[in-house]
Every structure is written in structure tokens, then in C-alpha cells.
Design a protein around this ligand. Structure first.
Ligand code: GAR
Length: 312
């Protein structure tokens, strides 16, 4: 039950338990306040039942929600709870509907010259620390058209989930079985109106169904100069260890389109760095991350401009 709730919320295990704690603290404090208020107002067994019910409803509708936000903020979960409260306030007609979500309703319609200012929603797939995802999110923070609308992740413990939570970006935690045998979460991607996918440290092979649904609309970053040091099992530190073991004089990064073969899609961008004789895999990893952080965000934007010239 907990796992499916965690997946529904799209949060890491740690965040899930923090959220749980927020709900528990809020529930206990609301009950305590309600009892205190009942006594303070002089309500007892003789009080007309309707007044007591109204007090409880009032505490649930207002007190509970305020406390939820307060505890949420105290435990670093403001973004999660505000999103939840905002939806509630919008439903009650107290807050106006999001301009962004209104805009996104029309963005899958046929593109006309007026499409220039529509929102272009992209998803980042990442399963690690998420430093690349973070750089892309920062780079696109104030972009007038491109919006990182979803972070897709297959590891409940991944650091990228904290980055998404801090940025208030929805997350989707995926399961291997459904990703490879089912519909590859196409319906969830469609629900977020995702038009383009960026793989930033995502290690599972992309299923054919997803590649067919997003032809030339999925790109990946690889921490080496492909075609060398690519393919199944070649990711993260394993790549750097192999490069150092082979005594290469240089390494680099490759950004490429994703096709049905691991790391074999059409290259988009490559750049190199020198390997010093005393460089370790860790030192090389740092150099590579620096290159990735410098070039990946701008390459994402230039590919998007090429792919959606009528929008950007
Ligand atoms: C990045 O170096 C990326 O190139 C690599 O994973 C790292 C993720 O770092 N991707 C692969 O190895 C894919 N084969 P991050 O989580 O800090 O962005």
C-alpha cells in the first residue's frame, strides 16, 4: 500500500516518510487544538450537537490545512504541500486557476503562427544524483516557452527526486515491469503533455514503444566519446574506470539522439577534456561533469529550437 502511494506521489522513500510525519503531526495537533477550543468555548455534553460538528468541520477545513502547510514548511516540504493546497483552493474557487495549466491545455492543438508563445513541456529521465537535471532545470527556469514539466525516475532513493521537489516539478517513479512490458508510461507522459524527453543519467534502455512515440525527440548524454566506451553496462563510474584503465589521453561527452540500440543514436554534440597521467576515475568524473553542466543545458535548448522551430 505504501509503495503505491509513494509512486502516486512520485517521491523518494525518505521524502515519503517525511510527508507521512507531516500528516501525522498535523492530525495530532488538529485533534489537540479542537479539544482545547471546545473547552475554551465552554462546549460540553449539553451543547447542541450541530455547534460541535460545525467547529470540527471548521477545524478540518481551515486549521488542518494551515497546520499542514506549517509543518510541511518546517520539514522542508513546502513545495509538495503548497501544490496540494493550491489545487484545493482552486477547486473551492478561492484561487484562480493556473495560467500555465490553462495554456498547456491548448498546446497539443495543431501549430499555427500563434503557437509561438505556447508552452513546450519536456521530461527529464534521471536515476542518479541529478546534477545534470538540476543544471537543465536552472537553465530553463525563466524560459518563456520551454518548461521542465516532469522528472521520471526509477529509483526511489535517487537524489534527483529531491531536486525535483525543491523545484516544485512533478515526478513519476516508474517500475521496470511496466516500463518494458506495458505501455512504457505513455499515458502519464501524455497527461503531462510531454513533447520531448531528455535522458540525464537514466540507465535503462528505452523501450521501442517510447522511441516510436517520440521519434527524434529523445536525447541522451553519455560520459565518454562515443562510439568508444558505450553500450550496455557502460555508465557512470564504469565508463571512467575503463577509460583510465585503457590509458586514454582524452575523454569527453557525447549528446546524441536515442534509437533502439544502446548509445548508438545519431550524435548531436561532442567535446573533449585532457586526461593527465595521474588522473583517477573520480578526477575524470569531475572533469566530465563539468563539461556536461556547461554544455548539456544549452544543447538541449538548441535541439529543441531545431525540433520545434515554430514554437521557440
Ligand atoms: C552523467 O555523467 C551522465 O553522463 C551519465 O550518468 C551521470 C549522471 O550524473 N550517464 C550515463 O552514464 C548513461 N550511459 P548526474 O545524476 O549527476 O546528472
Amino acid at each position: 500500500m505504501f509503495t503505491s502511494l509513494q509512486q502516486k506521489w512520485g517521491v523518494s522513500t525518505r521524502q515519503f516518510w517525511v510527508l507521512f510525519l507531516v500528516f501525522a503531526l498535523t492530525g495530532t495537533t488538529t485533534a489537540y487544538f479542537t479539544r482545547y477550543l471546545t473547552a475554551w468555548l465552554g462546549m460540553d455534553a449539553q451543547t447542541f450537537w450541530l455547534w460541535k460538528v460545525l467547529l470540527r468541520i471548521g477545524m478540518l477545513v481551515f486549521g488542518y490545512q494551515f497546520l499542514l502547510l506549517g509543518y510541511g514548511a518546517l520539514l522542508g516540504q513546502w513545495a509538495f504541500f503548497w501544490k496540494y493546497e493550491r489545487k484545493l483552493l482552486q477547486k473551492l474557487g478561492i484561487l484562480q486557476k493556473d495560467v500555465k495549466s490553462e495554456k498547456s491545455k491548448v498546446k497539443t492543438e495543431p501549430q499555427t503562427p500563434n503557437a509561438k508563445r505556447q508552452t513546450l513541456s519536456i521530461a527529464i529521465f534521471a536515476s542518479g544524483a541529478g546534477s545534470n537535471a538540476e543544471k537543465i532545470i536552472q537553465y530553463l527556469k525563466d524560459h518563456p516557452v520551454i518548461r521542465v514539466a516532469l522528472i521520471v525516475c526509477n529509483k526511489p532513493e535517487a537524489g534527483v527526486l529531491h531536486i525535483a521537489a525543491a523545484a516544485g516539478i512533478p515526478t513519476l517513479l516508474i517500475e521496470k515491469e511496466r516500463f518494458f512490458r506495458g505501455d512504457s508510461y505513455l499515458s502519464e507522459l501524455a497527461a503531462h503533455e510531454i513533447r520531448f524527453i531528455v535522458l540525464a543519467g537514466f540507465l535503462w534502455k528505452i523501450p521501442d514503444a517510447l522511441i516510436k512515440a517520440y521519434p527524434d525527440r529523445i536525447i541522451n548524454i553519455h560520459p565518454a566519446l562515443l562510439p568508444k566506451y558505450g553500450g550496455k553496462g557502460m555508465y557512470g563510474m564504469r565508463v571512467h574506470e575503463s577509460v583510465i584503465a585503457a590509458k586514454e589521453k582524452e575523454s569527453g561527452i557525447t549528446i546524441h539522439y536515442v534509437n533502439e540500440h544502446f548509445d548508438e543514436g545519431k550524435p548531436i554534440f561532442q567535446t573533449t577534456c585532457i586526461i593527465e597521467p595521474d588522473d583517477t576515475p573520480e578526477k575524470l568524473a569531475q572533469k566530465i561533469h563539468q563539461l556536461e553542466h556547461t554544455y548539456f543545458p544549452e544543447t538541449v535548448v538548441s535541439v529543441l529550437k531545431k525540433t520545434f522551430p515554430e514554437m521557440i
